[in-house]
Write a protein that binds this ligand. Sequence first.
Ligand SMILES: NC(=O)c1ccc[n+]([C@@H]2O[C@H](COP(=O)([O-])OP(=O)(O)OC[C@H]3O[C@@H](n4cnc5c(N)ncnc54)[C@H](OP(=O)(O)O)[C@@H]3O)[C@@H](O)[C@H]2O)c1
Length: 327
Amino acid sequence: MKAVLLDGFGGLDVLKVGEVERPSPKENEVLVRVHATSINRPDLVQREGKYPPPPGDSEILGLEVAGVIEEVGSAVTGWQKGDRVMSLVGGGGYAEYAVAYANHLMKIPESMSFEEAACVCESYITAFLNVFMIGGLQDGQTAILHGGGGGVNTAAIQLCKALTPNTKLIVTASPEKMDRVKELGADLVINFKETPDFSEAVKEFTNKKGVDVILDHVGAKYLAPNMNSLGYKGRLVIIGVISGIKAELNLALMMVKRQQIIGSVLRSRPVSEKGEIVAEFTRRALPKFADRTIVPIIEKSFTLDQVVDAHGMMEADKHFGKIVMTM
Ligand SMILES: NC(=O)c1ccc[n+]([C@@H]2O[C@H](COP(=O)([O-])OP(=O)(O)OC[C@H]3O[C@@H](n4cnc5c(N)ncnc54)[C@H](OP(=O)(O)O)[C@@H]3O)[C@@H](O)[C@H]2O)c1
């Protein structure tokens, strides 16, 4: 089968398209004929050699697939050849075929294309897990979502609007993406290039109350402004560390305000735990895709042969929402 291969680790030039053996599903897995996948920021980090796949998962890049079941493992029930499915995968999405655990599969609603479905699993499940299941955002509360133009964060805005329509959303974005973030539903948009310390703007917007939940992938540089923006019993959920991993924390303030800081990754969780997250997402969020309340935002769709352009677009931060790759 055709797949994207890595010729060492590094920049765009290590991405090559080549032939590899088709994988076979184990007893609890299915083989998916992949129609589309999408690019996620962690793929770029893996390409650079800084984010290896969990042991046992494919070394091929790609954290999600949308396609059709080609073969079903011997212990799998409830799924059959020909089903249109989307799934998280620990690796292997940038290929014509990929194996997926049966308990990570979701049926693609008839109203959705393969390209749209290819955007759902990594970005929307990451946003859902961290804002709702871990962050515990309730309707009527206030949240900060950082980097509103990216895949995870456009997903987070859309999920908040669909599932908790009375939440107030404060979103940081680069100046070029601020208008689109506002259109998508942000109540306050802060230009992160001009205002790296956003906490004063947050204080003013919340009448000094602070926010209930923060979804952060910036890390060290934002720890102080995040903590200064977090209200009583607020939850800061950290899913990335693009600005660094070490920062100072005022523990007394955190204690007195009974705040929580929670770190979270999706990819390396046990198979069963990811299955539970997928089940909750299927129950609560998937109907919003089926009825088109949520439609994934696709900046551009490339073919597998254009993988260098697809990675190049994300590397240059030229996208709003998701970048898709079809087989
Ligand atoms: N822990 C997990 O389970 C998990 C899972 C998936 C992803 N992630 C992490 O989540 C992050 C987003 O992933 P993605 O696939 O959505 O990537 P993406 O589409 O490239 O989005 C990244 C966003 O970060 C924004 N950004 C850059 N510097 C910023 C700053 N100083 N303040 C606020 N925003 C800033 C960018 O804004 P502009 O484009 O406007 O410049 C861009 O919109 C990555 O760090 C990724 O590693 C974590």
